[in-house]
Write a protein that binds this ligand. Sequence first.
Ligand code: NAI
Length: 326
Amino acid sequence: MKAPVRVAVTGAAGQISYSLLFRIAAGQMLGEDQPVILQLLEITPALGALEGVAMELDDCAFPLLAGIVQTDDPNVAFKDADYALLVGARPRGPGMERKDLLEANAAIFSVQGKAINDNASPDIKVLVVGNPANTNALIAQRNAPNINPRQFTAMTRLDHNRAMTQLAQKTGTTINDVKKMTIWGNHSSTQYPDLHHATVNGKTAIDMVDQAWYEGTYIPEVQQRGAAIIKARGASSAASAANAAIAHMRSWALGTAEGDWVSMGVYSDGSYGIAEGLIYSYPCVCKNGDWEIVQGLEVNDFSRDRMAATEQELAEERDAVSHLLP
Ligand code: NAI
């Protein structure tokens, strides 16, 4: 048996974690031969609920679960952590402006970034799920100067998965036939699901659908899927978000399939003309525990406009919290 790795999860008593933690402990994230120690962070008033979750984890008798830490102290939660899933975030309250939301989360993610910097394994892989995920990842990254910025990522895998299923359903195929999906930009309603490089059974997806459906139905449905779930379920997507977090980390740690790629919000190196340093969703290939942005994809004017619009939103979010960035 391998030595256990430490996986920190924030917002551990929340809805997403209620699905996520059990799947991590079952080995679905890092492999069925990799023991884990879960280091669970919550705010003080939620520690009681967290205790209940930890009791249920115990009651599952997971062979791979080598320990559980429960805490309201980020320095404890991130101590020697090899992986961190930052799920907990401040939701938008009544009357809260977008700027207030950004600032409230900046406060949380700057503290957590510092705690990661000071306590975690230098090789830590960080995934931010809590919204606004890309900008929260940027804030954590900026507060962790000793950690390579490439190690901070934001989740657009749920958007990626949604985009794959919508395409499979439209083309009468299954998810197994769909490859090379790309979500560009922000995990928000400006994200751009791109069918110009995606394939269905080896054929270019954009050639299999008409442009009016692509523009008028597909793109908005993928962009608005989160809102549609809330409307239908009366609660936000939790199990599918947890599933996407598992898939994001699994791809990053264990690699992507040959001939395919995934979408990840990653530190922009300027690829495709996107401003350097934004956490922007790109098509990525993962290998040996590292990711690379897929290079050399042709970008037409239609795509360029949409990639720029979502970049613009990310730049505005960054500027709204710039006074809080070190
Ligand atoms: P939830 O409200 O059920 O759980 C969030 C938990 O975080 C709560 O238990 C809360 O006490 C905790 N928390 C708040 N501040 C914290 C802090 N400073 N430190 C530690 N824990 C803290 O929410 P849910 O449904 O689990 O969603 C979590 C986040 O994930 C939300 O921000 C949501 O918008 C986001 N999300 C992101 C998706 C993506 O694709 N990137 C998809 C779905 C949700």
